[in-house]
Ligand binder design. Structure first.
Ligand code: GAR
Length: 188
């Protein structure tokens, strides 16, 4: 990144929003290449409280009709000149058409060491398969689920007596380091 202009970013969420909160905090640091301008959620998610807390514009868009939802998203993204979308626990799959029409970059964070464990319940499935490690991955978004090019990933060791809760807790901690690092990696 050159000069002082920070990349205008939208964060898409569906739930708790701990990554959103973490990205907002990161965006407030001097070294951050992004400014968070918009939060989009497909429902009344808990994480929207962080948008309120930091006075960031928020928009709830129902995804009952994906076509209409994506159209609405594209309009607001364009209006606000958004250049980067960070998916952060956004539990919808964006269409090929949306990805093509949005002229900026779209990235996602996923709670597994991809290409292992795409989709949901990643920690539970890793535990059931007696894996030695899981992890998290930040990747570019393509129209295939959890399959775009990897930007950064981090392994997390699975210990004896590990539970889904304890593993999720370890992974989310790593996610909070990995997402800002991946953003810096692609924008600087
Ligand atoms: C995170 O673990 C994120 O990796 C995962 O949802 C959680 C959201 O937590 N995303 C996916 O599973 C996407 N396929 P948060 O709402 O506290 O950021």
């Amino acid at each position: 990144m050159t000069g002082l202009k920070k990349v205008k970013t939208a964060v898409f969420i569906s739930g708790r929003g701990s990554n959103l909160n973490n990205l907002i905090k990161f965006s407030k640091t001097k070294k951050s290449p992004i400014i968070i301008d918009l939060v989009i959620s497909d429902k009344k998610a808990f994480g929207l409280k962080y948008a309120d807390q930091y006075k960031i514009k928020k928009k709830i868009i129902s995804f009952k009709s994906i076509k209409i939802a994506e159209k609405k998203c594209l309009i607001i993204l364009k209006k606000r000149n958004i250049e980067l979308i960070c998916l952060a626990g956004f539990m919808r799959i964006l269409s090929k058409n949306f990805i093509k029409k949005f002229k900026g970059i779209i990235i996602n964070i996923h709670p597994s060491y991809l290409p292992k464990y795409k989709g949901l319940n990643t920690s539970l499935r890793a535990l059931k398969n007696n894996e030695k490690f899981s992890g998290c991955t930040v990747h570019y978004v393509s129209s295939k689920l959890d399959s775009g090019k990897v930007i950064l990933q981090k392994k997390v060791r699975i210990t004896k007596n590990e539970t889904e809760i304890s593993l999720d807790r370890k992974i989310i901690k790593e996610e909070h380091k990995l997402y800002p690092a991946a953003i810096s990696k692609i924008l600087y």
